[in-house]
Design a protein around this ligand. Structure first.
Ligand code: LFR
Length: 492
């Protein structure tokens, strides 16, 4: 029997879900009550999130739980990182939150680097330099829409925008704040010197609370299962929640949190902000229980998601499984791209961009769905290998296994190629790690789990896990050398 039940709201960049979860002492019981998709759209020349859809779907999911009987003790929201809402003094949003894939962020990063220097940004925070970071959204606002910032009294990270709607809370959660590029990851405090140097007013920066904090009672007039629920913030950055729910095969194993992005890294006890980490642009992200994730972003399933959209626009409505089967039939490692090149960051005709990349670099140009998809999947696996090497170089310890969680854990070809490319055994699952980690931290706050060790054991007992062993079918070492030369030609 389950003593306490919680609701986890997990918002990804493409889809969201509302989950009900409890722990019976051995197994973790997780039911998906509501799923939906959403996407950003261009409004007044800026790519923005569709807040009406997002808040409508969150409310619809909670209403379903409310009507579903029993008692739900708490609700918590996690979401993708870096994006933020700006709030006026009266508590309303200034406008719809912008999306980090707006091309404006590229220029903003260039300007900030020119103004204060890449080293100063990294040294103040320990966060990888990426155009998507919050600070570049904010400096872009200051440059192009100063009125947006002037009208704002406080910033909240995306999940906390929802915590505010649900409870009135005005704080931001630590793991979400750690994706801003404005938090000093050694101290967990705002890097005020950097904010000042970039002209970002520090009044915007909210109080930071730890995951597991009760921020108030749930509002919204629920009269059923949720009538007495609290809002307890989980690790509000989706990647932080996902890593809580990884059934690690080996201590120090490499994790890949695989969704729209692939976050590739290791969990460590403290932040690593030094010349060696900076040289390979490794980031320090905040985790549950004082941990740090030392990782790098790899472009992830976005490459396939955007290809699929383009093929659909071209009249071929293919499912991911069909695309994967076509890719599997290809010979493999024929052409590769640097998956992390900024030319793949923005929405658009990804198949063409991949073809142009191959043509420009003198490689065979993939011309079929299968060949393009195989190029993308091979390149992702190679990108994972590159991060494995970077982490090994920085920490001095080579992980001996890989754990993949998230939607990408279902992708058998990518998982096998990840094993082949890294030469390591791979264990995949759970697919819903993010929602599970979110729920588990709420349950821990309510006294149901003693900590992350117990959480991971429960996940291991409850989830379907699949394992892969490496095969030496292709020359990944040679491909890794090619990737390095392609990447230096791409420029920073
Ligand atoms: C994953 C994720 C990554 C973050 C990226 C952008 O969903 O949160 O951790 O770098 O999305 O927000």
């Amino acid at each position: 029997t389950v003593a306490r039940t919680v609701a986890a709201v997990d918002l990804g960049a493409e889809s969201g879900r509302v989950v009900r979860a409890g722990f019976d002492g051995t197994r973790f019981e997780v039911d998906i009550a509501h799923r939906f998709t959403h996407s950003p759209r261009t409004e007044n020349g800026i790519l923005r999130w569709d807040m009406d859809t997002l808040s409508g779907e969150v409310t619809a999911g909670l209403a379903r739980l409310d009507a579903g009987g029993g008692v739900v003790d708490s609700v918590g929201v996690d979401a993708w990182g870096v994006d933020y809402g700006l709030f006026r003094v009266d508590g309303r949003l200034v406008d719809s939150p912008t999306c980090y894939r707006d091309p404006r962020q590229l220029d903003a990063m260039k300007r900030a680097v020119d103004a204060v220097g890449a080293d100063a940004i990294y040294d103040a925070t320990g966060v990888q330099l990426m155009p998507i970071n919050t600070i570049f959204g904010l400096t872009s606002d200051l440059h192009d829409h100063p009125g947006r910032v002037a009208a704002a009294e406080k910033l909240l990270m995306m999940p906390d925008v929802f915590h505010r709607l649900l409870s009135g809370s005005t704080s931001t959660e630590y793991t979400a704040a750690s994706t801003t590029g404005a938090l000093d990851m050694r101290t967990g405090r705002w890097a005020t010197g950097l904010l000042t140097a970039l002209g970002i007013p520090d009044r915007l920066m909210p109080e930071v609370v730890q995951p597991g904090t009760d921020v108030g009672e749930l509002r919204g007039g629920f009269t059923g299962a949720l009538s007495a629920a609290r809002v307890i913030v989980p690790p509000a950055h989706d990647t932080a929640s996902a890593v809580v729910a990884i059934p690690f095969t080996e201590p120090g194993a490499l994790f890949i949190s695989s969704g729209t992005w692939s976050l590739v890294g290791v969990e460590t006890a403290s932040a690593r902000v030094d010349a060696s980490a900076k040289a390979v642009n490794l980031t320090n992200e905040g985790g549950y229980g004082g941990t740090i994730r030392l990782l790098r972003n790899v472009m992830g399933l976005w490459l396939l998601q955007e290809c699929r959209k383009q093929w659909r626009r071209d009249g071929a409505d293919l499912g991911y499984a069909e695309i994967a089967e076509l890719a599997r039939a290809e010979p493999g490692l024929v052409s590769v791209v640097n998956p992390d090149s900024t030319e793949f960051l923005m929405p658009g005709d990804l198949p063409r961009r991949i073809q142009e990349y191959c043509a420009r670099t003198g490689q065979p140009v993939p011309s079929t769905v299968g060949a393009i998809a195989r190029c993308a999947i091979d390149s992702l696996a190679l990108g994972y290998r590159r991060v494995l090497d970077a982490i090994t170089a920085v920490t001095g310890t080579r992980p001996v296994a890989v754990n993949i969680v998230g939607g990408g854990a279902r992708h058998a070809l990518l998982s096998q190629l990840t094993s082949d490319a890294t030469g390591l055994p791979v264990r995949c699952g759970p697919v819903e790690a993010t929602a599970m980690g979110n729920a588990a931290v709420q349950l821990a706050a309510l006294g149901e789990f003693s900590g992350v060790t117990e959480i991971r054991a429960a996940v291991e007992n409850s989830a379907d896990l699949t394992e892969y062993e490496p095969h030496a079918r292709h020359d990944w070492a040679a491909a890794a050398v090619l990737l390095e030369s392609l990447t230096s030609a791409d420029g920073p």
